[in-house]
Write a protein that binds this ligand. Structure first.
Ligand SMILES: *Cc1c(COP(=O)(O)O)cnc(C)c1O
Length: 338
């Protein structure tokens, strides 16, 4: 089976499992799990931020961050494609009682002007208070595209002058860092909070980390407890995260290469229309003519290749560490033969 449905489907490698087995653990709600403490410290240092908070999922790290930055009735500015709006069950409303101001960016990427034009006048009692801007990098629904650092710097300038917080949903930030050859510390300087996922391209079974300054993480730790995300001897999971940060970042370039190879093969067929520009590990393509997304997915399934559709016209393939060069070759052969 060749599984392109998501980079969340990865199985832990033998070496990762060994790291998990030998993890020293303690009760993390008491702050006594040495492996979790190490992971939180290590990621904070990487980004040049003060503190980190290990959580069960990226949805939780995003939702905690939004709640920590806002008051009920505030508004969060984000792109309409963003995960926090599309795929977190309306959590911004449920958890934070905030509204969202949806913008239509460039494949999910906002500009400083778009943000500036979306900020409400705080003196106007009719309007919700604009409080937080949330960016996503890479943009999942934007085909894994990345921001230029300069564009984020411009957005940061707007946030500073209007007193808005700036959060990053960095579920696949390491893909962006590798593709753009950017530094984690550049991001730490620009954002008030950053969520990173260990369970996507980095290939761990579970876990995300929320990063920010000490006061923010202290507040976030309380919200995590309220949400039921306080885990006990979860250092076993954190050990997988430490292993992944030490071993699985540079290899993301391989996934990016595989994605461009698959996109090139799709582009040559008569049943594929537009393909979103491939920058990292995601390929989103429009299916047309002989196939619909449903019949294309069925045809691929007959060859033991799994993928999802992301709209009524588009399919998505996601590359990850369990997809080998040989599997990519098999997939390309199949795409050509269909
Ligand atoms: C996967 C993902 C998340 C978090 O998802 P969980 O499944 O809750 O860990 C957040 N943002 C983006 C862009 C994602 O792709």
């Amino acid at each position: 089976m060749i599984d392109f449905r998501s980079d969340t489907v990865t199985q832990p490698t033998e070496a990762m499992l060994q790291a998990m087995l030998s993890a020293k653990v303690g009760d993390d709600v008491f702050g006594e799990d040495p492996t979790i403490n190490q992971l939180e410290q290590m990621t904070a240092e990487m980004f040049g931020l003060e503190a980190g908070l290990f959580c069960p999922s990226g949805t939780m790290t995003n939702q905690i961050a939004i709640k920590a930055h806002t008051q009920p009735g505030d508004e969060v500015i984000c792109d309409e494609l963003s995960h926090i709006y599309q795929y977190e069950g309306g959590g911004v409303a449920v958890n934070s009682a905030c509204s969202v101001r949806l913008l239509h960016g460039n494949n999910g990427r906002l500009t400083a002007d778009m943000v500036k034009n979306a900020i409400n006048n705080p003196e106007d009692v009719h309007k919700p208070i604009s409080r937080l801007v949330s960016l996503e990098n890479t943009v999942n629904k934007g085909g894994g595209c990345c921001y230029e650092l300069a564009d984020i710097e411009d957005i940061k300038t707007v946030c500073l002058s209007y007193n808005l917080g700036l959060h990053l949903d960095g579920a696949r930030l390491f893909n962006a860092l590798v593709y753009k050859q950017q530094k984690a510390s550049d991001y730490g300087q620009l954002f008030d909070s950053i969520s990173i996922c260990l369970s996507k391209g980095l290939g761990t079974p579970v876990g995300s980390v929320l990063l920010g300054n000490k006061a923010f993480i202290k507040k976030s730790r309380r919200i995590r407890k309220v949400m039921g995300g306080g885990m006990r001897q979860a250092g076993i999971l954190a050990a997988a995260g430490i292993y992944a940060l030490e071993n699985n970042i540079n290899r993301l370039a391989e996934d990016h290469l595989h994605a461009t190879q698959i996109a090139a093969a799709l582009a040559e067929t008569d049943y594929v229309g537009d393909i979103l520009p491939v920058e990292t590990n995601i390929v989103i393509a429009t299916i047309k003519g002989r196939f619909t997304p449903t019949t294309f997915i069925e045809a691929m399934a007959k060859h033991n290749i799994k993928l999802f559709s992301v709209s009524s016209t588009q399919i998505r393939l996601v590359l990850h560490l369990n997809i080998t060069k040989e599997m990519v070759e098999t997939t390309i052969d199949t795409i050509k033969k269909l």
